[in-house]
Ligand binder design. Structure first.
Ligand SMILES: Cc1c2[nH]c(c1CCC(=O)O)Cc1[nH]c(c(CCC(=O)O)c1C)Cc1[nH]c(c(CCC(=O)O)c1C)Cc1[nH]c(c(C)c1CCC(=O)O)C2
Length: 384
């Protein structure tokens, strides 16, 4: 199967792209009226799909990220399988391409996840990172992601919009110091409380790269952007306010200064304590929720926070989410019920349907189809 992909059949022309045929996601993300909630899934391309695993047999994870034809192929796999059911494509890549570009080695260990053989240990290790001052160019280092985006945008032929993404500074810092996944993030959090200046230095450098990278992704063809702060929930509200929020806000500000009309989503997993701040102190258009918060409560809190802010330009904030991904391990009847309840709970507007986190390798692809079909049906009924 993998060998049938022609690696030379690529198109890197960024001057013209096919016309968009389904703009439901973009309209919803901008807070415009939509006939139903658009739907897509985090990790919609991944190991739960046999066609993805088939590609991975012969191709190491980062090789797929770096070969535009392969990245395009796996990005399109869920679009093909769930024809007409997904309203967005997300480029196949990883948040860890930034630490790699900044000079750290990252391996993807089968069955274990990401592994940094030589992570940052002490503030002195910051000298090992390359940045703008050492002649490093984001656009050169990460050009392979731009090529994957451009080629994928052509291959999509306007079926749905193409999303680009980055990892947020705190989450990337945590990986760069922990060297992989961790239960407590004790090493990374040591920096917050023992090396506070170095922590801010690192966060600022990553934020700078992330903002430039997102701008480059739009130039390459991304039509909307998402920032993943997957480890926000490990921070107290006070520490989120110091070590995460300002960098999220900075990234959105810098991208919006160049591309004000490109919708931006923030997914700060576990940080529902910060909903009000995300809504009023950043320029993100969409806040993505995990499943630990009731959508109705989230909507009410965001709207209340926006209503009392008379000092900013009035804006609406769209919510994305938030079905617990493990519900897709349940029976079809339960998936239908819980998905319909979720749609109802988000209400008749301002919702992009998604899971509260990514697809898991143990998911049955047919259960995801039930979720997608149910969103189409219940959301349209709700708005009729
Ligand atoms: C934390 C994080 C990472 N990567 C990402 C995040 C943020 C989202 C989240 O919180 O889950 C983001 C990501 N990673 C991947 C995508 C592709 C696009 C999509 O959503 O379909 C996206 C958006 C592919 C991937 N990234 C990874 C895979 C599986 C690796 C493989 O094919 O062997 C995929 C499809 C590997 C990866 N990459 C990362 C981890 C922790 C792992 C291992 C996780 C696992 O075992 O499922 C870091």
């Amino acid at each position: 199967m993998a060998s049938s992909i022609d690696l030379s059949a690529v198109n890197f022309d960024t001057t013209s792209f096919p016309a968009l045929k389904n703009d439901l996601y973009l309209r919803a993300a901008r807070g415009e009226e939509a006939e139903r909630a658009p739907v897509w899934c985090m990790r919609q391309a991944g190991r739960y799909l046999p066609e993805f695993r088939a590609i991975r047999v012969e191709n190491e994870f980062f090789k797929v990220c770096r070969a535009p034809a392969l990245a395009t192929e796996v990005t399109l796999q869920p679009l093909r399988r769930y024809a007409g059911l997904l309203d967005a494509a997300i480029i196949f890549s990883d948040i860890l391409v930034i630490p790699q570009a900044m000079g750290l080695e990252v391996q993807m260990v089968p069955g274990k996840g990401p592994h940094f053989p030589d992570p940052l240990r002490t503030p002195d290790d910051l000298l090992r990172l390359v940045d703008r001052n050492s002649g490093f160019s984001v656009d050169t280092e990460l050009d392979y992601v731009y090529k994957a985006l451009t080629n994928t945008r052509h291959a999509l032929d306007g079926q749905v919009p193409l999303l680009g993404f980055v990892g947020a500074p705190w989450t990337l810092m945590a990986y760069m110091i922990e060297g992989g996944g961790s239960k407590t993030l004790a090493l990374a959090k040591t920096w917050l409380f023992a090396h506070r200046t170095a922590a801010h230095d690192l966060l600022a450098r990553v934020a700078d790269v992330a903002a430039q990278f997102l701008i480059g992704q739009v130039r390459a063809g991304a039509q909307a952007l998402q920032v993943f702060e997957s480890w926000a929930g490990e921070l107290s509200p006070q520490d989120f306010a110091e070590f995460s929020l300002p960098y999220l806000a900075l990234i959105a500000e810098r991208v919006k200064a160049v591309f004000p009309d490109v919708p931006m989503t923030v997914f700060a997993k576990g940080a529902h304590y910060a909903l009000e701040q995300l809504a009023t102190e950043t320029l993100f258009d969409v806040i993505s929720l995990d499943w630990t918060i009731d959508p109705k409560a989230a909507r009410a809190r965001v709207d209340a926070a926006l209503a009392i802010r008379t000092d900013v330009v009035p804006r609406s904030v769209v919510l994305q989410g938030n079905l617990d991904p493990t519900i897709l391990l349940g029976d079809e009847q339960t998936i239908r019920e819980r998905t319909a309840e979720m749609c109802q709970s988000f209400g008749r507007s301002g919702h992009i349907a998604n899971l509260g986190h990514g697809m898991m390798p143990s998911h049955d692809p047919e259960r995801l189809r039930v979720f997608l079909e149910t969103v189409h049906k219940s959301s349209a009924e709700l708005r009729r």
